[in-house]
Design a protein around this ligand. Structure first.
Ligand SMILES: [Zn+2]
Length: 419
């Protein structure tokens, strides 16, 4: 931590939370928004912020902001011309240790580096932790930043349900949020001149290039769709094969159709990572199967074509099995290019850093529609993410935090009104 003991190391910060939300069943970590592990991480973040004398506030959408005030009059929390960095604390089920927390820990370490350098500027700096970036609990990725930016209707957000059937409104209220007030916050966004999110790389770009840190260029367009296949629940032993209307057979065909549709287009990706049969018994033919499709391509029209092809196949398969199928789009974000001018300034600070795009979604991708936004990626030696195999070596984590500090210092020192 700062003053007394010098800048914290990213590895040291992550070490403090290494046991929070470990998932003995899946391996890795499961840190779902507003569940115990994520709430513990929020407390940890607030405590780290307070140790650094940052001013902490939780916004109307549940994001935690830790402000390092500027030197101008009224330069504290929420003051204008802010430079903001941060990421998220929640995870996918059985995820890795770095996706999200690396960006938060690097931001805290960067604050220490700025303190150690004696950087004091008119502009304030804020470190933010967004809730439900992964959408692992309520199904919509980047829920916190979408609400902030007005990219999701607050009524729809309130009505989202988790796997236990609890609504977002109920769960968020239980965690202390005034859920009547969730929604767009244009005044907050208007006070931000730049947002830079550091994130562990979720691919092998930096490994192949032999570099520790990259500047992000764009995020592949991506979305989530839910197929609900309904058939007839029945006994696995007494129901003859020709008499069945088994939605699981249709679901299996949809999984293969998704792969085939993506393979037919270079750069396309389609994944079914979650299948939920109802009632879900070994000796029971399911009455319904829900499955979730994640599809991505740099060209939004191709993504739409891939999904349309899978939907066509799903209808054909359902008809053949005497089942019915519906398709619901749960979220979609088109391809996002980060702010060219801001990314150019990052490149001046980090001339060695390669420029990489990513197939992964981020809060930065949502905020890019509203404010100048950029990203930094830190090398991941396995190239694997959303899995316990995700990795980041200590030296690279420190290089990432130093790069972030350099970038933040540059942006903070820019005269107010120039950005
Ligand atoms: Zn992430």
């Amino acid at each position: 931590m700062s003053a007394a003991s010098g800048p914290a190391s990213v590895a040291g910060l992550l070490g403090e939370i290494a046991d929070v939300g470990r998932d003995a069943t899946r391996g890795g970590w499961s840190r779902f928004v507003y569940a115990d592990a994520e709430l513990t991480l929020r407390e940890w973040f607030v405590e780290q912020a307070q140790r650094r004398s940052l001013e902490v506030e939780t916004d109307r959408n549940g994001a935690i902001w830790a402000w390092r005030p500027g030197t101008g009059p009224g330069g504290g929390a929420g003051s204008p011309h802010a430079i903001v960095t941060g990421s998220h604390l929640d995870s996918v089920p059985g995820g890795g240790a770095f996706d999200g927390p690396l960006g938060v820990a690097s931001a805290l370490a960067a604050v220490d580096l700025l303190d150690a350098r004696g950087v004091r500027t008119e502009r304030p700096l804020a470190v933010v932790a967004f809730p439900e970036e992964e959408g692992a609990r309520f199904g919509v990725a980047c829920l916190g930043s979408r609400l902030l930016a007005g990219a999701i209707d607050p009524d729809r957000a309130r009505g989202l349900r988790d796997a236990d059937g609890r609504t977002f409104a109920e769960v968020a209220a239980g965690a202390g949020l005034d859920v009547d007030r969730i929604g767009p916050d244009p005044a907050r966004l208007a006070g931000i001149d730049a947002f830079v999110e550091l994130h562990v790389e979720q691919g092998r770009g930096l490994v192949d290039l032999g570099q520790p840190v990259a500047i992000g260029s764009s995020i592949l367009g991506h979305g989530r769709w839910r197929f609900s296949v309904t058939g007839e629940g029945n006994h696995a032993g007494t129901t003859r094969m020709p008499d069945r209307r088994d939605p699981m057979v249709v679901a299996a065909g949809i999984v293969l159709a998704a792969r085939d549709a993506a393979v037919a287009h270079a750069e396309a990706r389609a994944t079914v990572g979650r299948v939920v049969p109802v009632p879900g018994g070994t000796n029971v033919i399911a009455s319904r199967v829900d499955l979730w499709l994640d599809a991505r391509h740099p060209d939004d029209a191709v993504t739409a074509a891939v999904v349309a092809e899978i939907e066509r196949q799903a209808s054909r398969l359902a008809e053949a099995q005497g089942c019915a199928v519906t398709l619901t789009e749960e979220s979609y974000g088109g391809t996002v290019s980060f702010d060219a001018d801001l990314s150019g300034r990052l490149a001046q600070v980090l001339p060695e850093a390669p420029v990489l795009d990513t197939g992964a979604g981020h809060d930065a991708g949502v905020l890019a529609a509203a404010i100048p936004t950029a990203m930094l990626f830190t090398r991941n030696p396995t190239g694997v993410s959303h899995s316990p195999e995700e990795a980041c070596e200590d030296g690279d984590a420190e290089a990432g935090a130093a790069a972030l500090a350099d970038v933040l210092e540059r942006l903070l020192r820019e005269p107010v009104g120039v950005s």
